[in-house]
Design a protein around this ligand. Structure first.
Ligand code: PMP
Length: 306
């Protein structure tokens, strides 16, 4: 298909205001970008479209397959855009990725290599790097953990959009921004952009307290954890641990208000409320990376009727 309309549909996502923060921090306002409206259903479309565009402009593929590791959402973006652009794709994905992700990746015709879920994202990353090293004639390694197109997509896109959407509401950047770290693309790109606009924006990383825990987020901090090369740790002012239970409770709460989002979004909103209270913020911004529909098979929505 003509990939232009698909790529043009990525980004420029709506900004929603979440009034629930007032229950915790009465004078705070919380704004969130609804990333599930991207054609691949998640925030990862932004980074993947940028990295793929850069690769095609530079002509680095040379007829080879695009290879990367992913927690699943980036895999969907690669598979979708690869299908649209005629680029063959191979993905290394840990087995804890939800069935919805794995099925959709296969539906777009990408080749899937599934690794042990208990080994985590770092193992999938090492496996992709090994394949790239062993078979340079077969694969071009996109490497979203070290590809600068990843954070730049959020600097030029997500971060810039936030600033222009918040300008009429707040007159500029928010007091705080909350995200997590999968590859670090979102927090690095948005964090840098917001801090250029306002030096004292507090950038907060929501860090899951268990693994495998919140899909898409790395725990970081344990000895041996791979710190993504593109992650700019100097942009992070504060790290806040968040449990799966708190993330899921917030997802269910948001669903009752009409927002159907995945666990990382629940984690970010939970942390945003805490931060507003702790620091007396008047405004907090975050992203809602994907849709709750991507997690039906995990059972997280099997709530009993009251
Ligand atoms: N939430 C979800 C659901 C994700 O799939 C990802 C990407 N792994 C993230 C958050 C983190 O985004 P980033 O890779 O930009 O750090």
């Amino acid at each position: 298909m003509d990939a232009v309309p698909l790529i043009a549909a990525i980004g420029n996502t709506p900004l929603v205001e979440l009034a629930l923060i007032r229950e915790v921090a009465p004078r705070a306002r919380l704004f969130a970008k609804l990333e599930s409206v991207n054609p691949g259903g998640s925030i990862k479309d932004r980074a993947v479209a940028r990295m793929l565009r850069d690769a095609l402009v530079r002509g680095v593929l040379g007829g080879r397959r695009l290879l990367d590791s992913s927690s699943g959402n980036a895999g969907i973006s690669y598979a979708m855009l690869g299908a649209a652009l005629g680029v063959p794709v191979t993905l290394v994905v840990p087995g804890n990725a939800s069935a919805e992700r794995l099925d959709r990746i296969r539906a777009h015709g990408a080749e899937l290599i599934i690794t042990d879920p208990l080994e985590g994202y770092d193992f999938a990353l090492r496996e992709a790097a090994r394949l790239a090293r062993d078979h340079p004639e077969r694969y071009w390694y996109c490497d979203q953990y070290s590809n600068p197109g990843n954070w730049r997509a959020h600097y030029d896109g997500t971060g810039a959009e936030l600033l222009s959407q918040l300008a009429p509401l707040l007159g500029g950047a928010p007091d705080a921004f909350v995200a997590g770290v999968g590859t670090g693309g979102t927090i690095t790109g948005v964090g840098r952009r917001l801090k250029e606009a306002r030096r004292d924006v507090r950038v907060v990383a929501a860090i899951p307290d268990t693994f495998p825990g919140i899909e898409g987020l790395k725990p970081l901090g344990a000895p041996g954890d791979i710190v993504p090369a593109i992650l700019d740790e100097t942009v992070i002012d504060e790290r806040v641990a968040v449990s799966m239970d708190d993330a899921l409770a917030m997802c269910r709460r948001l669903a009752r208000e009409g927002l159907f989002v995945g666990p990382s979004a629940g984690a970010f909103v939970h942390v945003a409320c805490q931060i507003a209270l702790r620091h007396g913020c008047a405004s907090v911004a975050t992203v809602l990376p994907d849709t709750g529909e991507r997690y039906i098979s995990t059972g997280m929505w099997q709530v009993r009727q009251a």
